[in-house]
Design a protein around this ligand. Structure first.
Ligand SMILES: *Cc1c(COP(=O)(O)O)cnc(C)c1O
Length: 349
């Protein structure tokens, strides 16, 4: 059932040849010794020492929550750092390409362009679902990475696991499944496919459902060989001591995090019901994220009216498929009520 996936063949030659930088804290990991090896300053406790380069405490905590092995985990300075590392690991500049979908998160494109790697953008169909046949005809030996986003930003719909499986089967590169919003969704995580496919790599983050965007902690989940390769090329101390400490502490309060997720999901339903019956919008998309996408011929007018009343939403005008779009993030109950009041006032002006 496995495709012709061969990890060694996929990795860039220079990375295969690379002798990774070995930091002091990688070479000596005990903490009880007198540490005179890293040119740290003995003063300045508790932040005078370099942090754990492999973020073991963070990974142990996440491994329990996500039901994956520590060896399957990578953490980065936001998932944006992991996107960049994946591109640098697998894509030869000016030769290889990534596949992305439109409309979707655009950081994949920006990151590829910064690395001088080609981007093949495939339009989603009219319902913003994956055009599977088109994917099969687009993939080539040069397409090393394919980025799926589920729930998809900015639409909010999800990709069925069966379709992700189909792509893992027909694609010999790495299928990156960005699940930044998975904890707001009823869908089953693609982590359940890890035992079946070596070429799947899942991205999650503490930025959205876990409420820690300011800390910058992205999560990569994949087979241990891919994790080991990422570890070879990452900046040695890519997650700071403060971030590692605060993340471990905050993740102890799971019940509170789950309660907030449920509150946001409930608010999403209230706002969705309201937006659906407001005739300003010709389309309102059901969402499994913490945002709702709407379309209105008067989207710019609405956007500006909301701005002048102290409310900011995101304009998403991505022709040809997604014109006149506004993406509204679910806020506090009182913030969402304010938005509803404001939209009523706009209509009744
Ligand atoms: C917000 C978001 C992220 C999160 O990026 P971080 O760098 O972890 O904050 C990743 N992917 C998508 C699709 C997002 O919308």
């Amino acid at each position: 059932m496995m495709n012709a996936f061969n990890l060694k063949e996929l990795v860039r030659e220079n990375i295969k040849r690379l002798k990774p930088y070995s930091s002091a804290r990688m070479e000596y990991t005990a903490t009880s010794a007198v540490l005179l090896d890293a040119n740290e300053n003995p003063f300045g406790m508790p932040y005078n020492r370099y942090p754990d380069p492999f973020q073991l405490k963070v990974k142990e905590t996440i491994s329990k929550i996500k039901q994956v092995d520590v060896s399957q985990l990578f953490v980065g300075n936001g998932s944006d750092e992991i996107i960049d590392l994946l591109i640098r690991l697998f894509c030869e500049p000016k030769e290889d390409a990534i596949i992305t979908f439109k409309p979707s998160y655009t950081m994949y494109i920006t990151s590829a362009e910064i690395n001088n790697v080609d981007v093949i953008e495939i339009e989603l169909d009219d319902e913003f679902n994956l055009p599977i046949a088109k994917i099969e005809s687009t993939i080539s030996p040069k397409t090393k990475l394919l980025f799926l986003c589920t729930p998809n930003n900015p639409v909010g719909n999800t990709i069925p696991l069966s379709e992700i499986e189909a792509i893992c089967r027909c694609f010999n590169g790495i299928v990156v499944v960005d699940e930044a919003y998975i904890d707001f969704s009823e869908s089953i995580s693609a982590t359940t496919l890890l035992d079946k496919f070596e070429n799947i790599f899942i991205l999650q983050t503490l930025s959205k459902a876990y409420g820690m965007a300011g800390l910058r902690l992205g999560i990569g989940i994949g087979n241990p060989q891919i994790i080991a390769l990422l570890n070879r090329i990452k900046p040695p101390y890519n997650v700071s001591q403060i971030v590692q400490d605060v993340v471990v502490k905050r993740l102890q309060f799971r019940a509170e995090i789950v309660a907030h997720i449920n509150l946001i999901k409930n608010e999403r339903e209230i706002l969705f019901t309201y937006l659906k019956k407001n005739n300003l919008f010709y389309k309102v998309y059901p969402s499994e994220g913490n945002f709702i996408l709407v379309q209105s011929k008067r989207y710019l007018e609405i956007y500006e009216y909301l701005c002048t009343h102290g409310l900011v939403v995101r304009v998403r005008n991505i022709p040809p498929k997604l014109s006149d779009g506004l993406r509204i993030t679910i806020g506090l109950p009182e913030e969402n009520s304010l938005l509803i009041d404001c939209l009523e006032n706009f209509k009744n002006r």
